[in-house]
Structure formats: structure tokens, C-alpha cells
Write a protein that binds this ligand. Structure first.
Ligand code: PMV
Length: 309
């Protein structure tokens, strides 16, 4: 017997960083990339983990307790009062690039929590899965807003405000986003920590910037819902300028963003923690191929075209 669960990647369309300070943000799932976890019984005692993408082949007890995968399993079994642990074999695969703003860590947590809990006969509601995945995000990111685990758990476009119940949104007219990877791994925790330092030095100044970003996110939501997608490009450009002011962009991101705009994208910005990782650009059915090509020529290591509906 075996059980398999998957979770998608995600991109933040608007509002990263400001969302940590209570402003709204918009994020959508990216179904083209996913984390997959398969659980089966193990003939050997213990919990055996195979994660070939990160070259991990180990028994749970040989991992340090703060290892991301060990933390998920320990927290889940503690929450479900499972003791002793059953003997299991876990296979973890992911096509989501790591440390690039596509939510790879949260997607592995969500898929692992779902696969394990269901396999041992305690399937969990999305709300529980989301809460448990958020606990893991906190272990690794310090002060996460919770947006990653939320959009990945529900696999739907999300209008997210920290601490508020889930709100989803629907595009009045579907639109295309291109995601371009700089290939520069950039841990979110550092960028979030640096923004916190700026804020501590001058809260008044930065809270104004955060609330401008929040206004852009609100405007973007209504623009998307009304199907006035073309107007979104300008909002992306404005959001990116504010992220540059917060010093979370990078030369590699700015280069891809400029290349996308030059190739006809309606707007572009960094997505996620910044400093590296991914950028996104708004394109039409007509421009998507040209923009994708220009991103590759400008050095993108990975390009994904995704449709938001
Ligand atoms: O780098 P990512 O995609 O995991 O995004 C982090 C988003 C931030 O707003 C920078 C942090 C957060 O916890 O919301």
C-alpha cells in the first residue's frame, strides 16, 4: 500500500515584504512545478527518507531535529499524538527550484503533511495542514507572513492579509505571467531580516512605503477581478520600484525585468524575497514567446509561462 500527495509552487504577484507588516498581498499557485511525496510501509524499522533532488537518503533519527524534513515529521506526529512512530518509507521529489521564491520549502511541507497524515489514517483539513506548514515556515524563516503555505495549501489565487481568514480571488479574464529565474539562490530569511533592520531604523518612512505597496495590491486585485488585466503592468512596475527602494532587488533581477519590458511585457517585478530568485512579467498570448526568449537570452536559467484564472 502507498499514498501520494502533491503540492504546487507559487508566485507572489504583489505585496511581498510589505505583507510581513500587515499589508495585503496577492499570490497564485504555479501548477507547472510541484513537490510530490509518496509514503509506503517500510520492511526495516524506522522512517526512511529518500529525497534524490537534495541527495538525501537517511533514517529520520540520523537527521538533526531542526532539519526541515525531520521538523515536519516530528511536529506532525506530535500534533496527532502518534507514538511510537510507524516504520515508513518516504520518497520526496520536487520540480520546484529551491531558494528562488517559488515556495519549494512550503510545498514539500504541505505535500509531506498531507501524505503522512492520510497514510496513517488521520487525514487533515486544509486548515490544519496550513497551520502545521506555517509552524515549519516559522522555524526556517523567522517572521514569515504565512502567504507561502496558504497559497500552496489551498492551491488557489489568494488575497492574503496576515492573521486574517483565507480570501481567494478570481480573474475576470485569464492572463499570462512569465516567471524568469535569475539562477541566484537567495534565502528569503536574509532579505526579510534586512528589511526589518531598515524598518527598525526609521519606522515612519518604511511604513509609508509598505502602505503604498498595500494600496497597489488592493488596486491590483480589483483590476484583476474586473478583467482589466492590461492595467496590471503599470502596477507591477510601481511595485518593483518600491521593492528597489527597499534594496531587495539585485542587478540580475533588474536585468531580467528590463529585458522583459524591452521585449514587450506590459510590466515586470521581482517576486518573493528578492536579491535573486525569480522575477515575473505580465504578457499577452501574442508576446509570451518573445518575452520568454528575451529572458533566456538575458541569462534566465529557467522560464515558466503560467496562466492565472
Ligand atoms: O521568497 P518567498 O517567495 O518565499 O517569499 C517571501 C515573501 C516575503 O513577503 C518576502 C516574506 C513573507 O513571509 O511573506
Amino acid at each position: 500500500m502507498f499514498y501520494k500527495a502533491s503540492a504546487p509552487g507559487k508566485v507572489i504577484l504583489f505585496g511581498e515584504h510589505a505583507v510581513v507588516y500587515g499589508q495585503p498581498a496577492l499570490a497564485v499557485p504555479v501548477m507547472q512545478v510541484h513537490a510530490d511525496v509518496q509514503v509506503s510501509d517500510s520492511p526495516r524499522p524506522g522512517i526512511w527518507i529518500e529525497a534524490p533532488d537534495i541527495d538525501l537518503h537517511a533514517e529520520l533519527n540520523t537527521l538533526s531535529s531542526d532539519h526541515p524534513l525531520a521538523a515536519v515529521i516530528h511536529n506532525l506526529f506530535f500534533a496527532l499524538s502518534i507514538d511510537p512512530f510507524p516504520s515508513l518509507h518516504l520518497n520526496i521529489d520536487s520540480t520546484i527550484p529551491v531558494a528562488s521564491g517559488l515556495g519549494s520549502g512550503a510545498a514539500v511541507s504541505v505535500a509531506l503533511i498531507r501524505a503522512l497524515s492520510t497514510y496513517i489514517g488521520h487525514p487533515l483539513s486544509d486548515e490544519r495542514v496550513n497551520d502545521l506548514a506555517f509552524e515549519i515556515e516559522k522555524l526556517h524563516h523567522g517572521t514569515p507572513s504565512g502567504i507561502d503555505n496558504t497559497v500552496i495549501t489551498y492551491a488557489r489565487p489568494v488575497y492574503f492579509v496576515k492573521g486574517r481568514p483565507l480570501e481567494t480571488f478570481k480573474a475576470g479574464e485569464p492572463f499570462f505571467i512569465i516567471i524568469g529565474d535569475t539562477g541566484v539562490a537567495a534565502p528569503t530569511k536574509e532579505a526579510v531580516g534586512d528589511v526589518r533592520k531598515l524598518w527598525m531604523e526609521d519606522k515612519g518612512k518604511w511604513e509609508k512605503v509598505f502602505s503604498k505597496i498595500g494600496e497597489i495590491a488592493n488596486q491590483a486585485r480589483s483590476t484583476i477581478e474586473k478583467g482589466k488585466t492590461k492595467e496590471l503592468g503599470e502596477l507591477m512596475d510601481q511595485n518593483h520600484a518600491l521593492l528597489q527602494e527597499m534594496a531587495v532587488s539585485s542587478p540580475e533581477l533588474d536585468k531580467l525585468i528590463q529585458a522583459a519590458r524591452n521585449a514587450g511585457a506590459l510590466g515586470a517585478k521581482l517576486s518573493g524575497g528578492g536579491r535573486g530568485g525569480n522575477m515575473i512579467a505580465l504578457v499577452t498570448a501574442e508576446t509570451k514567446k518573445t518575452v520568454a526568449k528575451s529572458l533566456t537570452e538575458a541569462g534566465a536559467t529557467h522560464v515558466i509561462i503560467t496562466k492565472v484564472e
